[in-house]
Design a protein around this ligand. Sequence first.
Ligand SMILES: Cc1cc2nc3c(=O)[nH]c(=O)nc-3n(C[C@H](O)[C@H](O)[C@H](O)COP(=O)(O)OP(=O)(O)OC[C@H]3O[C@@H](n4cnc5c(N)ncnc54)[C@H](O)[C@@H]3O)c2cc1C
Length: 382
Amino acid sequence: MSAKQRFDVVVVGAGPAGACAAAAAAENGVSVLLLEEHAEVGVPLACAEGLSRSTIQGYLEVQPGWVARSLSGSIVRSPRGREFTIEYPNVGWVMDRKVFDPALAERAQQRGAVVKLSCRATGIEDNEISVEENGKTVRYQWKYLIGADGVATHVGSWMDIDTRLGPAQIEICAQYLLSNIMIDADRAYLIFGRKYAPGGYAWIFPKSATSANVGLGLSPVKTKEKPKTLLDHWVMEEFPAAKIEERVFSGVPAKRLKRFSGSNFCLVGDAARFTDPLSGAGIANAIKSGTIAGRNAARVIRGQKHDLENEIKKEILDELDWHYRVRNVYLRLDDEKFEDIFRVAEKIFHGSIITDINTRRLVKQILLYSPHLLKVGFRLLF
Ligand SMILES: Cc1cc2nc3c(=O)[nH]c(=O)nc-3n(C[C@H](O)[C@H](O)[C@H](O)COP(=O)(O)OP(=O)(O)OC[C@H]3O[C@@H](n4cnc5c(N)ncnc54)[C@H](O)[C@@H]3O)c2cc1C
């Protein structure tokens, strides 16, 4: 066994959350080790790569080279196949995470973090972390530990945090990167209904005019069907000539943890279950929580007052809690009720250029227009 090395902050996992945590801590003058179990950052990847501009404002300047496609709105499809378009210029991007994720890790390195690839964290004992590195077990000492190890996190359980996901606390997903298809390359498609994705939704996130991430997420409490079976049916129906370039089978957490931190550690990103329970989007909250955690870890090391919990609450959890309430209502909707909501949403969005979507205002508008939902909706939501 080789000699122990010491770092102020050790970050496990070099996805967006870990890379942003490492960059923020290093920038604030403390020594940082960023560990990634895979040989390359961003490979393998389970993501449709959608990122909305407003969600990361003030946290990250997106560079043109990180983007596969800029989006100017969405096409929304109802269970019965009605469609409307939301015109939302510059709403965001379909990222190229095979470029984006390594760029974030490189940014952490440029700010002073030591980045180690092919290094899998395997456990902790007191303030030491064990890492499998070049066929050996190496131990590193840390003063502050950041768990950014994604949906299948182990750091959480090492720190006595119950991150396990029951069937009601996960959306299970299947996605293909398809080529040889024809789509509107400027818009994300969101498709609802039992046939496609019970308790979730299906998506098409364009990477070009002829290729896209096409997938769906479903709630296992709403169906016994496997996401792959539903995806195969849909792809055969909608894109019969498509070629499957890549396949993803994974899950998105939808669990609100009671606790995500302690005096000398915290979880961030998917490990902390900061994924949006309505949309399944987690890149933005990974970037935000990582940045906030890295900054606060440096304050802890320097013995300064830190404000991790409050910052995370204000920047992430308040919105997430609201979306959990909306998800509760969403999971009770059948296709008929959804069709009603869809008609109202169509009226709200039709012919308007959108510059901001406020989900609280939108939900209130929809409830007021939908007599079926008014009673149950208001009781559950407000
Ligand atoms: C099918 C699907 C589609 C999605 N689409 C979108 C989307 O369009 N937009 C969006 O915003 N979000 C989307 N998400 C969610 C998004 O991918 C995640 O929220 C995001 O990647 C979370 O970032 P992270 O840094 O927390 O975790 P990850 O990106 O998962 O990174 C965790 C890293 O930790 C590493 N690691 C794990 N264990 C160890 C260990 N023991 N030692 C060392 N390294 C370790 C992993 O290799 C990985 O690199 C989707 C998810 C799925 C499953």
